[in-house]
Design a protein. Sequence first.
Length: 301
Amino acid sequence: MESTGGPYLNTAAVTSPVGIARLLQMTFGCTTFSLVAHQGGFSAAYGTFCMFVWTFCFAITVFIIACEFTHLHSCLSLSWGNFTAAFAMLATLMSITAAVIYPLYFVQVGCYPIGCEVRDFRIAASVFAGLLFVAYATEVFLTRAKPGQVTSYMATISGLLKIVQAFVACIIFGALVNDSQYGKYVATQWCVAVYSFCFVLTVVVVAFSVTGKTALLWFPFERSVVIYTFGAVLLYTSAAVIWPVFCFDSKYGSPRRPGLCAKGKCPWDSQLVIAIFTYVNLLLYVLDLAYSQRIRFVSHL
């Protein structure tokens, strides 16, 4: 049988620095959710979210390693470089969130009432959750675009910021549905429209980049992204002014947290979270706009 040229297996997928980082991700992820499932335990929405993060990231990491090791990624209708860069950034954000939430809600110093064995398992799971975040952050660091390098868009600072922007928007949406009373004024409804519009367009940009379909568009993708980013800066600037006024000004809302507001079920808390992350996303879009002036878009890597 004649050789089709080249080895059938890509050993660099597991021996390169990025490959080793992914093997560590797989190991730490499996260890974390195994410890939690075996004895650590989880409950409520917070625990379920953490378990979802660890199992989801583990499954996608295994998929990426398998595809690169067997060259199967060349058969997929994806821009593989964009896909892996986007996932690494998303997994970094999700894993650090879980690494903070799980010990915050489930780890305690004393043994009562859960018992010392369960406590120890939860502490161990928290340690490996932190290591999992470090492993994903290492991949982002290793695969990020270097100055002057032609690379996938999602590996650039602007591309990575798109993932962070979408993630921050999800936090805002979570606070909005947690009794934020955003429907009280038309002005705050405008802010929700801003968050939704920018989130949808950011996801669309990521989706086109990951699927490698940007070359099929009838308009210049890179110029459209820069124009959209500039528009998002203006929209988020309006939300950054409007939301605090209609939530914390004494004429419309409350400048201080009401004393009788129940912890975890207080609209003022949700409004504060939204205000904080509105400013965070505004800063991210400003940085995105600055970096997008200096990048070169590549859709086929």
